[in-house]
Design a protein around this ligand. Structure first.
Ligand code: TXD
Length: 313
């Protein structure tokens, strides 16, 4: 753990998501940030820019840009975005070869400089990358978690709130399964201030929102043309980090390591969990109906096939 009273958060990857997370963490004063990347000068430039914002934003937290792993030593929590992002026409799975090599390098370094740290993995293909990170670090399952379900759920909640013209705060929802087209939005468990979604929208509109959620990442990739979403992933990952570091007990879908839950053994899959000082503290079991269970099992199978393509660490 970091020796000073302030928490130390290491962001591995200072690209679109990494830079945005550094900004959000600084604004929230969640801890001091180490912004790491392999590109010479880029993390240092982003960190200096963020530091020069501090007087105007009345902030005293720090952001340090670096290309040295030694600066990440004893960080309390790592958020990993290292890797390449999708371009139009690419699936998340297309990234697996390049990002597996990068993730193996990153995980070995984290193991060496911060053996007691928590790790939130963002890099795609998420379910495979978080699996690889746990395999290579050997960290307990409670301390290695993937950020995907929080984003997919945030997207579903946004689309519902937009359709109904209500506050996003009133929309409660959950999206389970892998982070890809087989993800499983759960309209039956969505409510607006306790009012079941299915009493507020037709089945056709609900299915349209579920489908848009499944392809929401690709919708942004197609519009941006040069990369993938970064504001919403950054915000979701920082909220996960905040729940762990401040013991907030946030319940959200995350890629968590299952050992028998939902009948899944030894695989990372998106399920509702409680995030607190112990990391993934609780895995919540939802009573799925036959249709939901079939969709979940199909998503699990896709994750299993993706993970099976990883070269053994
Ligand atoms: O919900 C989710 N999990 C997804 C994840 C949501 C959106 C984006 N998703 C994935 O996150 C995306 O497909 C990528 O795999 C990652 C990061 O996305 P980002 O948009 O931040 O990509 P960038 O801007 O290309 O940043 C990646 C940085 C870049 O600066 C590289 O130089 C750096 O990673 N990189 C490394 N950093 C550290 N160590 C190593 N080895 C390394 N290799 C590249």
């Amino acid at each position: 753990m970091a020796t000073s009273a302030r928490r130390k958060i290491a962001l591995i990857g200072a690209g679109n998501i990494g830079g945005t997370m550094a900004h959000i963490i600084l604004e929230k004063d969640l801890g001091d940030v180490i912004l790491f990347d392999v590109v010479d000068g880029m993390p240092q430039g982003k960190a200096l820019d963020l530091m020069e914002m501090r007087p105007t934003a009345h902030l005293d937290g720090t952001v340090t840009g670096t290309n040295s792993w030694d600066d990440c030593r004893d960080a309390d929590l790592f958020i990993v975005t290292a890797g390449i992002a999708r371009k139009p026409g690419m699936s998340r799975d297309d990234l697996i070869a390049t990002n597996s090599r990068i993730m193996t390098d990153v995980a070995n370094h984290i193991k060496e400089v911060a053996p007691a740290a928590f790790i939130i993995v963002i890099s795609n293909p998420l379910d495979a990358m978080v699996t690889l990170c746990k395999r290579v670090t050997g960290f307990p399952k409670q301390r290695v978690v993937g950020m995907a379900g929080a984003l997919d759920t945030s997207r579903f909640r946004h689309f519902v709130a937009e359709e109904l013209g209500v506050s996003v705060d009133n929309v409660s929802a959950s999206v389970m399964g892998g982070h890809g087209d087989t993800m499983v939005p759960l309209p039956r468990f969505c409510s607006v201030a306790g009012i079941p979604l299915q009493s507020l929208l037709t089945a056709e509109r609900i299915e349209a929102i579920a489908n848009r959620t499944r392809v929401a990442g690709g919708e942004i990739v197609k519009l941006l043309k040069t990369g993938s979403a970064f504001y919403s992933p950054a915000a979701c990952a920082v909220r996960m980090a905040e729940s762990i570091l401040l013991d907030r007990k946030w319940v959200t879908p995350c890629a968590a390591y299952l050992e028998g839950e939902y009948g899944v053994q030894g695989l990372y899959v998106g399920v509702p969990v409680t995030l607190g000082a112990g990391g993934v503290e609780t895995i919540h079991i939802i009573d799925l109906n036959d249709e939901e269970r079939a969709a979940f099992d199909k998503s699990v199978q896709h994750v299993r096939e993706l993970v099976s393509s990883l070269t053994p660490a």
